[in-house]
Design a protein around this ligand. Structure first.
Ligand code: KIV
Length: 273
């Protein structure tokens, strides 16, 4: 029997909407550079997020709060170069969209014009709806982000599961509705109880992309460095590791050091006449 042909059509926000309607799950991951983005794209990942998690997995910081607009633009530019099929979404960093809708629009515009991304993401509920609407109105698709929103870590004080209590769960459901009404094309739901995420996914027309939000979301996203086993400082329960890349790299680096010190690298074959 012949294998079904891989879907090579360019992913658009419209296509993600169709996937939700037809019950086809959306596979999303983060990317921060062209080499990795190319591999992710070739593997068929539908949506690549240039996440502000770059602060933690590449810059060695403890939170995402301090990453700058310039850093995000730089990484988004690299990712864009490696991608042909996936939808590329650039994260708007903390304080690039909170001051007022005009500044938010300017920064979203920079992401699209300077880095070439096709959409942006911002964190928050009803409080960012007006800003989201302003960006969408000029033609830039926006993805929302609810639940555990890491840019608010200093307010939360912990990375624990959000919306376990009924009041916060109700607020989250209303926030999802507000973001959808404001024009969000999708919403990331991070670290919330799976039953709540399932309810939000049923209630909303736009795709709900879960991270630590259970199996009934319309799609899933993980930080690539987490699922590869490349970032190993901590591992939340929701991360499934598909590789042990940090161990492979350490082993390779160790063997290289041994070979150089022992004089077996380079050999004559690896040299020029
Ligand atoms: O920055 C990021 O990587 C994210 C994902 C965890 C959704 O926002």
């Amino acid at each position: 029997m012949s294998q079904p042909k891989p879907d090579t059509r360019k992913v658009t926000t419209h296509r993600l909407q169709e996937m939700k309607q037809s019950g086809q799950k959306i596979a999303a991951l983060t990317a921060y550079d062209a080499t990795m983005a190319e591999l992710l794209d070739e593997a068929g990942v539908d949506l690549l997020l240039v996440g502000d998690s770059v602060a933690m997995v590449m810059q060695g910081l403890d939170t995402t709060v301090t990453v700058s607009m310039e850093t995000m633009l730089y990484h988004a530019t690299l990712v864009r170069r490696g991608v042909q099929r996936a939808l590329v979404v650039g994260d708007l960093p903390f304080m690039s969209y909170q001051v007022n809708p005009d500044e938010a629009l300017r920064n979203a515009g920079r992401m699209v014009k300077e880095a070439g991304v096709e959409a942006v993401k911002l964190e928050g509920g009803g409080g960012v709806a007006k800003t989201l609407r302003r960006i969408v109105d000029v033609g830039i698709p926006v993805m929302g982000h609810l639940g555990l929103t890491p840019q608010s870590i200093h307010k939360f004080g912990t990375y624990q599961v959000r919306a376990r209590d009924p009041e916060e769960a109700e607020t989250l459901r209303k926030d999802a509705e507000r973001l959808e009404k404001a024009g969000a094309f999708a919403i990331v739901l991070e670290k919330v109880p799976h039953a709540l995420a399932a309810q939000v996914a049923r209630e909303r027309d736009v795709p709900i992309i879960g991270i630590g939000a259970g199996p009934e979301c319309d799609g899933q996203i993980l930080v690539s460095h987490d699922m590869l086993g490349l970032y190993t400082r901590f591992k939340p329960r929701f991360v499934r590791r598909y590789g042990n890349i940090a161990a492979h790299m350490s082993e390779a680096f160790g063997r290289y050091v041994e070979d150089v010190r022992g004089g077996s690298f380079p050999s004559i074959k690896e040299s020029y006449e």
